[in-house]
Design a protein around this ligand. Structure first.
Ligand code: F6R
Length: 256
């Protein structure tokens, strides 16, 4: 794991660098996109590079991490709409080439299997952007998730629903109780992973992910077993890291 502790502009640049590299170097780039608030600075920087520097997404495919089960098709908080708003509509990403799991399918298990097939048919995800939940989830793999899990239905914890109530006018009961989510096994198959976290609310989950024992109680700890993970943190999210000074020294030595 490479851990970078910096102000948000620098985090956004590094996250966007990883995406830009894939877009420029691959003939068939496949992006893994998180929703939620954490990746927004990266998406804003990618939009800037598209607008000001001509960075193109025209050849890219993109897969979302997850989708709420049962939110009406037009609901603005459906993750398929969120990514359309925050990135897709602001760059030249073809909507036909952006896919999320179908949280409105009658056969949810079938929709999950088809989603895994679609990712495999695209050749797998080249670079996966992640956030982290306060309970250590990545995508919606809540504590207790199998490290071998693939896309499936996941009941959301009360904590996650409370955390996400801010997107539903503060009403916890309006937050769907279930989501379809890529599994930890699905995420671990990505070629490269970039996780971004901001704020002291994430500090404990970040500490566990980077420095804790690998445990299903903190699902993000499985990332310790991935060979190419970059963790982008602001000072508050890094607030509980015992190795923070070491990580700062390593980055300073890069000469950037
Ligand atoms: C979203 C997702 C979640 C979020 C996490 C953090 O697609 O998969 O794991 O990344 O819940 O959410 P924010 O960024 O809103 O704090």
């Amino acid at each position: 794991m490479q851990v970078v502790i910096a102000e948000v502009g620098e985090l956004a640049r590094r996250g966007a660098d990883a995406v830009e590299r894939v877009l420029r170097e691959r003939t068939d780039p496949v992006l893994g996109l998180a929703t939620g608030s954490s990746p927004l600075p990266i998406y804003d920087e990618l939009v800037r590079r598209h607008t000001e520097e001509g960075l193109s997404f025209a050849l890219a495919r993109a897969f979302l991490l997850d989708e709420y089960v049962g939110l009406p098709a037009e609901h603005p908080e459906r993750y398929r709409h969120v990514i359309e708003r925050e990135l897709e509509s602001r760059v030249d990403l073809d909507p036909e080439r952006v896919q999320g799991p179908d949280g409105l399918a009658e056969d949810l298990a079938g929709a999950c299997a088809r989603y895994e097939d679609a990712i495999a048919a695209a050749g797998g995800v080249d670079v996966q952007i992640l956030g982290i939940g306060t309970d250590g989830h990545i995508a919606f793999n809540e504590p207790g998730s199998s490290f071998a899990s693939r896309t499936r239905v996941m009941p959301l914890t009360r904590q996650t629903r409370e955390d996400n109530a801010r997107y539903f006018d503060g009403d916890v009961e309006a937050v769907p109780a279930r989501a379809l989510t890529q599994g930890l096994g699905t995420i671990m198959a990505a070629g490269q992973i970039v996780l971004i976290a901001q704020g002291s609310g994430k500090a404990e989950a970040v500490h566990q992910m980077v420095e804790g024992a690998v445990s299903a109680m903190w699902p993000a700890t499985i990332l310790q077993h991935h060979p190419d993970v970059t963790v982008l943190l602001d000072e508050d999210a890094a607030g509980k890291l015992q190795l923070a000074d070491h990580f700062r020294e390593v980055v300073a030595a890069e000469g950037r």
